[in-house]
Write a protein that binds this ligand. Structure first.
Ligand SMILES: Nc1nc2c(c(=O)[nH]1)N[C@H]1C(S)=C(S)[C@@H](COP(=O)(O)OP(=O)(O)OC[C@H]3O[C@@H](n4cnc5c(=O)[nH]c(N)nc54)[C@H](O)[C@@H]3O)O[C@H]1N2
Ligand SMILES: Nc1nc2c(c(=O)[nH]1)N[C@H]1C(S)=C(S)[C@@H](COP(=O)(O)OP(=O)(O)OC[C@H]3O[C@@H](n4cnc5c(=O)[nH]c(N)nc54)[C@H](O)[C@@H]3O)O[C@H]1N2
Ligand code: SF4
Ligand SMILES: [Mo]
Length: 726
């Protein structure tokens, strides 16, 4: 028996585990007490890894399509055949149409993210993107970097405890927002640290909150500017910080006057007294932390809202103070600079639709990339790599994604299991799960200053890590990746660590892998020593980078395009406000629906609504409802929420049904992204689209067979491997 110490990446990852391997097989997993981010704890996703690894439906070999695209006919091929086929097809397209006709799409931040983005550079195409880039972390991070130079998160980790935590558009008790951080917010609440929650739904945290602001979906930007306005008019801001360390205070203060209390109350649907109480609590709670989620990024007001919310802990003097809202430090680079960065004329070709700050990371707009497959405008995308992105489930306007992907000349897809998106590919590749992967990664964005190591404990089937695949494909296809093996890339990360943190000069990759983690000491008040990493060296309330780009450098808020206010005629037909998302503990986006121990916990997608709304539309608890927008309709199971607003419904996302079988797996039955829009209008800085404030109607679906199908599947197939036990 060998015991490996390795980090779980069942979510964005960070819980350290001991993994017992016997005869080349993982036999037990135990969350490690040494884990700096989990202290011996693990969630149901991490604990089910054995069931995931040895699941009978797991993809174990490369496959090639033999029937028409999407017909579900495949044959097994070897890795050698797969590499040759991919290199030959993609190089053929590049020769004929130029490298920019190849694009790549990934999903949320998995271990291979920096390796994957490098692939675009190696090929020479600027058209790489992720389903999350513009609606998940991208806006929060870009807003933070353009305002303060670095991202920030709650300081749960130092000797000073937060005095209070503002939880905005996030449900960290489940989501984390990087899963493993769920432990810290739960501990804080248990300890009695007060929280204020801003959410249209009565989450568990909202129920325990000192104050819960039931915001109308899509109006967070107005609320943030309204709260800033109150902090200034009530003199609840930190004069010393504002005077010495910020840029553009008077301009921001003038802008915030456009958001007086009564107006903001009427926009957001929150009583004025509650907004005032929240502003006073924010202004007097010290030190104050901020947990911010993706809810307000999934909006055409994404950047402005992210900027305005990010300013709140700063102007109240909580930025980078012990127990407050502390700066992240890039300890280990997530991505090393590519070997052959693209020349400016190539970057100019990126499909950004002219959105100014997308190109900061040389990233294309995912919708425009898909659209270009079908329309050929401004030029045709012909070949595509999709790794770790169930596009049909996660990208807005799923039918559009389907129609576009069907038109590709050549699609390479890599995943753990077959799924509806994989079925549209030409070649499908089997990806490794976390105990099968080597990786070095840092968690400086939300978590403590931690470097973690993943190590390959076993080989399952012919599964490979995405990193291995990418590096080897580039070698064989003749694309300059800069590294020819993964070990040298991890060594380069360690060298960069030593450069940034000289105290680790003699700390080797092997030592890191033995220990499993590294937790350097945190420092506070960095800005007092070296200023902010912005053009002015200040915390930029007025963004000089935005001013230079000729866009409004101060935050504002605009009514989203499909609400009762902006589309009153449409709202007669679709009278309810729809929000989507809301994470579920056993799943990670669209993952795990085939893992029986997890599926049993939350077997069906839920649409939440007020009992009066349900009654009005002929629905009761447990009924299957149709939810319909102008794009289409889906069905989910009704859950009554007496504390929600009567005109708001919230539906789960990421739902498909492995039990419905290939090739469709019921991808359009309950998929929230059948309902959403990915076409413009977009956020004017970054191109974000609206997933959380749309119009819908609901009505009964009495003939729904989803439960019967689920029961038959659960009963028919024997239990697979059980989870590891504590
Ligand atoms: N309506 C609506 N849409 C949303 C959201 C929402 O709230 N509402 N949220 C959005 C957000 S925040 C995000 S980040 C995106 C996420 O979107 P995605 O990241 O695309 O999420 P998934 O659909 O789970 O796709 C991930 C796929 O990766 C596979 N996978 C897991 N690990 C690996 C690996 O190591 N290698 C490979 N090759 N595959 C792997 C999984 O099996 C799964 O099929 O969705 C967005 N879409
Ligand atoms: N277990 C688990 N953990 C996860 C994930 C998962 O799928 N499962 N996904 C991961 C990913 S990719 C991400 S991005 C993070 C996301 O983590 P979070 O940011 O926490 O995302 P959600 O839970 O989707 O949404 C947070 C809250 O926003 C609320 N909300 C909906 N609309 C609005 C609105 O207009 N305004 C406001 N203020 N609130 C609104 C919802 O009711 C929900 O409670 O979680 C990560 N962690
Ligand atoms: S919280 Fe995330 S990293 Fe921790 S055990 Fe769960 S899935 Fe794994
Ligand atoms: Mo995300």
């Amino acid at each position: 028996m060998t015991i490996y110490k390795t980090a779980c990446r069942g979510c964005h990852g960070g819980c350290l585990y001991d993994v017992d391997v016997d005869n080349g097989r993982v036999v037990q997993v135990r969350p490690s007490k040494e884990g700096p981010l989990n202290h011996g704890r693990g969630c149901v996703k991490g604990m089910s890894i054995i069931e995931q690894m040895y699941h009978p439906d797991r993809l174990l070999y490369p496959k090639r399509r033999i029937g028409p695209r999407g017909s579900g006919q495949w044959e097994r091929i070897s890795w050698d055949e797969a590499y040759d086929l991919i290199a030959q097809k993609m190089n053929g397209l590049i020769e004929q149409y130029g490298p920019e006709c190849i694009s790549s799409l990934t999903g949320t931040g998995r271990h291979h993210l920096p390796y994957f983005f490098r692939l675009g550079n190696a090929i020479g195409t600027p058209n790489f993107s992720s389903a999350g880039a513009l609606i998940c972390l991208g806006p929060r991070r870009t807003a933070a970097v353009m305002t303060a130079g670095l991202f920030a998160g709650v300081d749960y980790f130092g000797p000073t405890r937060p005095g209070g935590i503002l939880v905005w558009g996030a449900n960290p008790a489940i989501s984390g927002a990087d899963g493993e951080l769920q432990w810290f917010i739960k501990d804080a609440v248990r300890e009695g640290i007060p929280i204020v929650v801003i959410d249209p739904r009565p989450t568990e945290l909202a129920k325990k909150a000192h104050l819960w602001l039931r915001v109308r979906p899509g109006t967070d930007g107005a609320l943030a500017l309204g709260i800033l306005n109150l902090l200034f008019t009530e003199d609840l801001y930190d004069h010393d910080f504002v005077e010495h360390y910020t840029y553009g205070f008077e301009e921001l203060r003038a802008r915030c006057r456009d958001y007086p209390l009564e107006k903001v109350s009427s926009i957001t649907g929150i009583p004025a007294s509650q907004i005032l109480a929240a502003a006073r609590w924010i202004g007097t709670t010290k030190p104050l932390g901020l947990e911010q989620g993706c809810a307000f990024e999934q909006s055409i007001n994404a950047m402005d809202t992210c900027r305005a919310i990010f300013m709140i802990p700063a102007v109240t003097g909580n930025y980078d103070v012990p127990g407050g809202f502390v700066e992240s430090m890039e300890i280990v680079p997530a991505g090393l600079r590519p070997a052959n960065e693209l020349p400016p004329e190539r970057i100019e070709k990126a499909l950004t639709g002219g959105v100014p700050f997308l190109k900061r990371d040389t990233m294309a707009h995912p919708y425009l990339m898909l659209e270009a497959i079908r329309t050929g405008k401004p030029y045709k995308i012909r070949g595509m790599f999709i790794n770790a992105n169930n596009t049909l489930l996660s990208m807005a306007d799923a039918r559009h994604s389907y129609d576009c992907l069907k038109e590709l000349d050549f699609l390479v897809y890599m995943d753990i299991f077959m799924n509806p998106t994989a079925e549209l590919a030409d070649v499908v590749l089997p990806a490794a799960l976390w105990p099968e992967v080597n990786c070095v990664f840092a968690m400086p964005e939300f978590g403590d200053q931690v470097v973690l190591s993943q190590q390959k404990c076993v080989q399952v089937g012919e599964c490979k890590s995405d990193e291995e695949f990418i590096i080897e494909l580039c070698r064989r296809a003749g694309w300059n990746y800069g590294f020819t093996d993964q070990r040298s890339m991890m060594e380069a990360q360690m060298q960069e660590l030593a450069r940034r943190r000289p105290e680790y000069r003699d700390f080797s990759l092997d030592e890191l892998r033995r220990q499993g983690y590294l937790a350097p000491e945190r420092s506070y008040y960095n800005y007092r020593r070296c200023g902010f990493l912005t053009p002015t060296g200040k915390f930029e309330l007025l963004s000089t980078e935005m001013a230079k780009a000729g866009v409004d450098p101060l935050p504002s808020w605009h009514e989203p395009s499909e609400t009762p206010v902006s589309a009153p005629e449409l709202s007669k037909e679709y009278p309810l406000i729809l929000t989507t998302g809301g994470r579920q503990q056993p799943y990670f986006v669209s993952n795990n629906r085939q893992i029986r121990s997890l599926r049993r916990m939350e077997p069906f997608p839920l649409v939440r609504m007020h009992p009066a709304a349900a009654q009005k539309y002929g629905l009761a608890e447990g009924d299957w409802a149709w939810i319909e927008t102008p794009r289409g309709r889906i069905t989910q199971k009704v859950k009554l929420e007496p504390d929600m607003a009567e005109n708001v419904v919230s539906c789960d996302f990421g739902w498909w049904y492995p039990e419905a079988g290939a090739p469709g797996y019921g991808w359009a039955e309950s998929n929230a992204n059948i309902l959403t829009i990915a076409a413009p209008p977009y956020d004017r800085y970054l191109g974000s689209y609206q997933l959380r404030a749309l119009l819908c109607r609901v009505y009964p679906n009495p003939g729904c067979k989803i439960e019967a199908r689920y029961e038959a599947w659960m009963n028919a197939t024997p239990e697979t491997e059980r989870t590891g036990s504590l």
